[in-house]
Design a protein around this ligand. Structure first.
Ligand code: NAD
Length: 355
């Protein structure tokens, strides 16, 4: 018997493939957009310039100051640019940071968003925006945040450096893992989550060995798309909360933090969610979900210890305190001592407990 569920499909138009960036001019025309503000990070300015050249007269200008965690000051500067250029839409070319800027602009202006993802973060499929102001990160969910058109072009991910590919891929898997034991899980999203883990678990070791392997890149981007759908559709739990707290408090890099915490958060929830764990393990091709994730990170050369990201050992207590401060839903109750032990193991890079 299928248990009762609620499923709300999110309205997004997705084009996936190799060379699909070429359809961006048509997508803009189809939507009647004539003055696109192209967004990127400073590191991807070249890519933004190539996109602006591709769309020709439909490009109103480029804003290339997108920054991790969407600082409100940067958003204000982008809003000024959009206003002065009379932009009627944004085209975000890049990872979660650039997508975040497009979302922040859309939330304040209603401008239509076109996103061309170049990492596996998955932000493009979610109505979620995290922003920082005065060092504080706040997250909100609003239908106006969801990008309208997403163009996945496998070719643009070929050059994603191997280390970033590994951690960005693990970051994506984290969305699928938590979707499988989400409080509001549903069978459709669970199917996506399983297939996403399977695709990424197959692709990431192949990418680590041969970063330009087109088949592996295609599998990884497809998996990342599905992971983004999972993150956008159902609520997350302990893993995302821990990453938010630890990453935010100690200014640790986003995808690396996710990679390190994931096996430990999975182990913490293992006994409470045996069915989800069996599905995760099967998709990984492993005997145990948490250990399988830890081994995968090791196989692809991703970091496994928070201390290697520069988190001081003395900060473990503070992280543990903050992680239990604001109550949030998790399949297993949030217990202070086991949470501290989890963070201590992640700090030291030990295998997950109980595996
Ligand atoms: P990122 O966007 O910060 O990218 C990291 C660096 O890699 C940047 O310098 C970027 O320019 C560069 N880069 C990206 N693609 C590249 C490519 N193909 N080749 C070479 N360099 C490339 O990193 P990210 O992990 O994609 O995103 C992290 C941010 O996204 C965080 O702020 C996180 O909070 C946010 N995020 C939000 C959601 C959401 O749903 N709201 C989901 C996931 C992540």
């Amino acid at each position: 018997m299928v248990a009762a569920f609620t499923y709300e499909a999110l309205p997004a138009r997705v084009r996936f493939g190799s060379g699909t960036l070429a359809c961006l001019p048509d997508e803009l025309d189809r939507a009647g957009k004539r003055r696109a503000l192209v967004l990127s990070t400073p590191q991807q300015r070249d890519q933004a310039e190539r996109v602006a050249a591709l769309i020709g007269p439909r490009a109103a200008g480029i804003f290339s100051d997108a920054t991790m965690h969407t600082p409100v000051g940067v958003t204000r500067a982008a809003l000024d640019a959009a206003r002065s250029l009379d932009a009627d839409c944004t085209v975000a070319v890049g990872g979660g940071s650039t997508t975040g800027l497009g979302k922040a602009v859309a939330l304040r202006t209603g401008l239509m968003q076109f996103v061309v993802p170049t990492t596996y973060a998955g932000s493009e499929m979610t109505p979620i925006l995290g922003q920082t102001e005065d060092g504080r990160k706040t997250t909100q969910r609003d239908a106006a945040i969801l990008p309208e058109v997403v163009i996945y072009d496998v070719d643009l991910t070929i050059g994603l450096p191997a280390d970033l590919s590994a951690t960005s891929g693990m970051n994506a898997i984290a969305h699928a893992v938590e979707a499988l034991y989400a409080r509001d899980r549903n069978p459709i999203i669970s199917l996506m989550a399983e297939d996403a883990i399977r695709a990424l678990a197959r692709a990431l070791p192949a990418i680590a060995a041969h970063p330009a392997d087109p088949q592996a890149r295609s599998d990884a981007l497809y998996g990342a798309f599905l992971c983004g759908c999972c993150l956008g559709a159902v609520g997350m739990a302990l893993h995302h909360k821990l990453c938010h707290v630890i990453g935010g408090s100690f200014d640790l890099p986003h995808a690396q933090t996710h990679t390190i915490i994931l096996p430990h958060a999975t182990a913490y929830n293992a006994a409470a969610e045996p069915e989800a764990m069996a599905r995760i393990a099967a998709a990984l091709g492993a005997d145990d979900a948490a250990q399988g994730l830890y081994d995968l990170a090791g196989r692809i050369g991703a970091p496994r210890a928070l201390r290697d990201l520069g988190m001081p050992e003395a900060a473990i207590d503070q992280a543990a305190r903050e992680a239990v401060q604001n109550p949030y839903w998790n399949p297993r109750a949030i217990e202070p001592e086991p949470i501290r032990a989890l963070i201590a193991r992640a700090w030291a890079g030990l295998p997950p407990l109980g595996a």
